[in-house]
Ligand binder design. Structure first.
Ligand code: NAG
Ligand code: NAG
Ligand code: NAG
Ligand code: NAG
Ligand code: NAG
Length: 351
């Protein structure tokens, strides 16, 4: 940009100098030359000051060129998923109609081998409430066989507890951390910092417990901002950590952060009177608004990419829901694939 500005300036100076001189050669009086000179100068000055407002006419600055526009628009349409009923439940896929936002992005449902390739040697941490646990189930379903899933099912669903697994063959380390409140998520972040070790992929999300037990959206917003602050403290450490280990390509990979959004609640299906009274449509909207206001999501300037369980579950609808709050596997499966495709795009890996 600097170079461009210098060139433009020189060009402008030449124009101001030589155009009136050329005109003088065409028998203009000195006053007229001065007049044209002045007029040209003012026109060019105005022009130059308008440039920043019309960047598309000019060569892009390096910081803009750095982002591939096709890729970033694909990232933002990852949640553009549709559900279709079939004989035993629902099928999901990205909306492939030609006017959808995800059209042409070539998102793909990854099979076991692809997921193994992508996550080989990675440390994945998923922290949150029961939605996050169902997300872990969706991820493990992709990398483990049905019989292995059967074996771990009991441990995985132990109420209110953490769960750790290493999938030996591919060196995938997966931790689920029970964190029903955003304050618990902040604690996890603080612990990463204290331990000095950071996962490759971090998926976080909570809100339902807060809505039920505190029913105070502004307090939820306060806790989200505290989480954002603790993450911000983490990022410089991470950068430093990356620079120190420049020689080791493996540890220079950045952390990939995902926010697991709250599901769409179906009030009439909620299984207690307390839930039906407190977890209303209006309260859900207010909690959503706090998420937006906290600027914790990447689309608002933060660091988490949204796994939009709210939209996904809403599209799947009441028939997909067991209790108005938890949905059938297909919704979490779709959100796992949203995450995996984001990782694919961000790591520029081709399968
Ligand atoms: C979109 O996907 C559906 C189901 O996977 C398929 O039947 C249909 O042919 C696809 N349409 C286009 C335009 O690719
Ligand atoms: C995982 O990575 C290791 C080391 O890079 C490699 O030897 C192994 O074959 C990979 N496994 C899979 C399943 O990709
Ligand atoms: C989560 O945070 C709440 C409120 O700060 C606290 O009472 C609870 O013990 C925490 N739970 C876990 C699992 O850390
Ligand atoms: C921090 O390290 C301790 C001890 O190794 C471990 O038990 C704990 O799970 C780690 N915490 C996180 C959030 O990784
Ligand atoms: C809601 O939370 C805010 C912020 O923590 C607090 O100031 C306010 O008193 C709370 N409101 C109620 C009704 O508890």
């Amino acid at each position: 940009m600097f170079f461009g500005a210098v060139q433009l300036g020189l060009m402008a100076a030449c124009v101001v100098l030589f155009v009136p001189m050329g005109m003088a050669g065409w028998h203009l009086s000195r006053n007229k030359v001065l007049f044209f000179s002045g007029a040209l100068f003012i026109t060019l000055a105005v022009f130059i000051h308008l440039i920043p407002y019309f960047p598309s006419f000019f060569p892009q600055t390096p910081s803009v060129m750095f982002q591939d526009p096709a890729t970033s628009s694909c990232i933002s349409s990852l949640n553009d998923v549709v559900f279709r009923p079939n004989s035993d439940g629902y099928l999901w896929d990205w909306d492939n109609t030609s006017n959808s936002r995800s059209y042409g992005c070539e998102f793909q449902k990854l099979g076991r081998v692809d997921v193994m390739d992508l996550l080989n040697g990675s440390w994945v941490v998923v922290a949150g409430d029961s939605q996050a646990r169902l997300f872990v189930v969706g991820l493990l379903d992709l990398v483990l066989g049905a019989d292995e899933m059967e074996l771990i099912h009991g441990d995985l669903f132990k109420r209110h507890s953490d769960y750790h697994i290493t999938v030996g063959e591919i060196g995938l380390k997966l931790d689920f951390i029970w964190a029903p409140y955003v304050a618990n998520l902040s604690d996890v972040v603080v612990e990463f910092k204290r331990n000095g070790s950071y996962p490759d992929v971090l998926v976080m999300g909570s809100g339902l417990w807060h809505m039920l037990h505190f029913t105070n959206y502004s307090d939820y917003g306060v806790s989200l901002r505290l989480l954002r602050d603790s993450l911000n403290q983490l990022v410089p450490v991470r950068r430093k950590f990356e620079m120190e280990s420049d020689s080791d390509p493996d540890s220079t990979r950045g952390m990939h952060l995902f926010w697991l959004g709250m599901p769409t609640l179906i009030n009439g299906l909620l299984n207690t009177e307390e839930k039906r009274a407190k977890m209303t449509r209006e309260m859900c909207d207010a909690y959503d608004h706090e998420l937006y206001k906290s600027k914790i999501l990447r689309r608002d300037g933060g660091s988490f990419l949204l796994l939009d369980v709210g939209t996904l579950s809403g599209k799947c609808g009441a028939d997909c829901s067991l209790d108005g709050m938890h949905y059938s596997d297909v919704v979490y499966e779709a959100s796992v694939h949203v995450m995996l495709n984001a990782l694919l795009i961000e790591s520029h890996q081709k399968l």
